[in-house]
Design a protein around this ligand. Structure first.
Ligand code: 5MM
Length: 360
């Protein structure tokens, strides 16, 4: 399929059947923390070599786009070929993390717990430059937290307004915006609190996108699935129950013009992220289909087993790359409800990929 040149064609290309996005846009600090956990050093060369595992692996049959952190948009593989060239050669569109990270909301009683996202001031110039460097889409992550008194109206409205402005600027610069209002997994909340927070956040985001006259057909949404918090002590919901609640909320809040919902993995295990995506697509098809593609934009759930293999033995490049392709394949199948239940993960099935409140 030709990715086309308009933002709506590009958005449709990114979420076409059987494909999803590799979120490999960890900022330097986050990436170094993940490398350090496995005993690897946080040098530019280690980060570059780690990225090469993915960008030069055989992922183009299942991955339509890769989100890069800005330092990688200009990096090269070990044969001096730019990463953007390796990606495009296998049909993977380069994207860019356009936000500048999170910071505390400056005023209000919850200022220590809630955040908004930095980067709007310089966004237009940055997006023009990213487009020149080959990016075709961008991502902006807001993070909201569930607790007894959060997410607050202030945090919801501030983050929604920023996402709306970001989306419009991206589109004006020829980039497809991925709008990511992540509700963090951290906390004791159950499914009901997760649904309620998601509904409030999504309604506010689409209102803000409309206020900015953003083109809903030329954007993608990146939400979390409706799952209980990581400290929830009640019974664990089945994938079917997660699918039912996730689809109910998405049908209520996401306009049909949006071409794709690209779920984040959000601290689920690699297996859960695949099983739940598969259940969502099976249920959607039982219900007669959905107006949008329901696929993935996973970070940890596409990377953790790869890092595990490579960090234990850096000579195992081929094995790590086979794992990158296998994780992509499992999720590609799940994105059309055809996962066969076999998972390539080398991590224990109970090993959550949670990182405690990664907020800021
Ligand atoms: C891949 O990580 C992205 C950037 O994170 P930092 O700003 O913390 O460095 C992040 O936006 C990611 O794309 C989303 O959180 C989804 O990742 P998961 O691992 O939850 O699928």
């Amino acid at each position: 399929m030709d990715p086309g040149s308009s933002i709506s064609q590009t958005a449709k290309y990114l979420c076409r059947a059987g494909y999803g996005i590799l979120a490999s846009d960890e900022s330097t600090a986050t990436m170094n923390k993940r490398l350090a956990k496995t005993g690897l050093d946080g040098s530019l060369e280690t980060r570059r070599a780690y990225r090469e595992l993915f960008y030069c692996a055989d992922i183009g049959k299942y991955i339509s786009g890769a989100i890069l952190f800005k330092e990688m948009l200009v990096q090269k593989d070990s044969t001096s070929q730019p990463f953007t060239t390796c990606l495009v050669a296998q049909g993977v569109l380069p994207g860019i993390k356009a936000d500048e990270g999170l910071e505390a909301i400056a005023s209000g009683a919850k200022s220590k717990e809630e955040t908004h996202t930095k980067g709007l001031d310089s966004l237009k110039e940055a997006c023009q430059e990213y487009r020149r460097q080959g990016a075709r889409f961008a991502k902006w992550r807001a993070a909201l937290k569930i607790s007894a008194d959060t997410p607050s109206e202030l945090a919801i409205s501030m983050n929604a307004a920023e996402l709306g402005k970001y989306a419009r600027i991206c589109q004006d610069c020829g980039l497809v915006p991925i709008v990511e209002p992540e509700i963090l997994i951290d906390g004791e909340h159950g499914m009901r609190e997760s649904s309620e927070a998601a509904e409030r956040v999504l309604v506010a985001c689409f209102q803000a996108l409309r206020e900015q006259a953003a083109d809903l057909g030329g954007m993608l949404l990146k939400p979390q699935m409706i799952i209980p918090g990581s400290e929830f002590t009640g019974p664990k919901p089945s994938s079917r129950a997660i699918a039912e609640e996730t689809l109910r909320v998405m049908r209520k809040c996401v306009p049909p013009e949006v071409p794709g919902i690209m779920f984040l993995s959000g601290g689920q295990t690699e297996v859960e992220a695949t099983a739940n995506l598969d259940a969502i697509n099976r249920l959607a098809s039982e219900q007669g289909g959905a107006p949008w593609a329901l696929t993935f934009s996973y970070g940890r759930a596409l990377q953790s087993s790869v890092l595990d293999i490579w960090s234990k033995d850096r000579s195992k490049v081929a094995e790590a790359q086979q794992m990158a392709a296998a994780l992509a394949a499992a999720n590609g199948a799940a994105s059309v409800g055809q996962w066969d239940g076999q998972h390539p993960s080398v991590l224990s099935s109970s090993q959550s990929l949670l990182e405690t409140f990664r907020g800021w």
